[in-house]
Design a protein around this ligand. Structure first.
Ligand code: SF4
Length: 245
């Protein structure tokens, strides 16, 4: 959809010395030769890895054949690729049929299985007890792994959390307004991301509780869900900005 912009971003980020990876749902991967052509172009511009997704939710809209085309084509041209699978407890057994449908396309592919992050419309559709077991706040950590997310509109976020759209205050810049290098250099100075990294999300939850800024649950699926609970609320974010300096 934004292929020309994608090519520009990959080329620019590569020139600036970054490792560029890309995540696609493979909706465009009907024709194998077409996938080969596009991946070759992206690899030549500097793309290092490509990731796609398949699970019970994607399968309703994206044919497994498209995902298989992407994985096979990546391997054929020597581009590292990975497959992300989201799961809910009640449909775990369907994981096997998904892998079966992808056939030998998954050989030598990095497969990662993640618990579903319930966000947006899913909050109405998914039962709370159908997602991964929750853990207490004191054990939760920010899952930042030095991967920046560049959105289709150029907005840059400091992580690839599935909750990112619900936490707009995490935006650290826009590539149409600043160079990627400048954004990267300032990322840990931005509020609230810098404070999350420095203090830890569980300690920020402690500040929220001590100052009665909002009611928190005792447990969450992961640090990102806690992060969303806190920083999706504008008034809580504003108060924390004053308290954390
Ligand atoms: S805790 Fe917040 S900043 Fe850290 S990875 Fe999750 S959403 Fe991103």
């Amino acid at each position: 959809m934004y292929y020309d912009e994608l090519k520009q971003i990959i080329a620019k980020a590569t020139q600036e010395g970054f490792n560029v990876t890309c995540l696609t749902n493979s909706f465009w991967c009907d024709e194998y030769e077409y996938v080969i052509k596009r991946l070759k172009e992206l690899k030549a511009l500097g793309l290092k890895e490509i990731y796609t997704s398949m699970d019970v939710f994607h399968r309703e809209y994206i044919s497994p054949n498209k995902v298989a085309n992407l994985l096979k084509a990546s391997k054929e041209i020597g581009l590292a690729c990975g497959l992300n699978i989201l799961c809910v407890k009640s449909r775990n057994q369907e994981l096997f049929s998904i892998l079966e449908e992808l056939g030998d396309a998954i050989f030598n592919v990095k497969v990662s299985v993640f618990p579903l992050n319930v966000v947006g419309k899913q909050e109405e559709l998914i039962q709370k007890n159908d997602v991964a077991d929750e853990v207490s706040i004191s054990q939760l950590k920010c899952k930042f792994n030095r991967v920046l997310l560049i959105n289709y509109d150029g907005d840059v976020y400091p992580c690839c959390s599935n909750y990112i759209k619900a936490i707009p205050c995490l935006k650290v810049g826009n590539i149409y307004e600043a160079s990627i290098k400048d954004i990267v250099h300032s990322v840990t100075k931005k509020f609230p991301f810098g404070k999350i990294i420095m203090n830890g999300i569980c300690n920020i939850a402690g500040v929220v509780k001590e100052n009665n800024l909002m009611t928190l649950d005792d447990t969450y699926i992961d640090g990102c869900q806690l992060c969303k609970d806190i920083f999706s609320k504008e008034h809580v974010t504003e108060e924390l900005k004053k308290l954390l300096g």
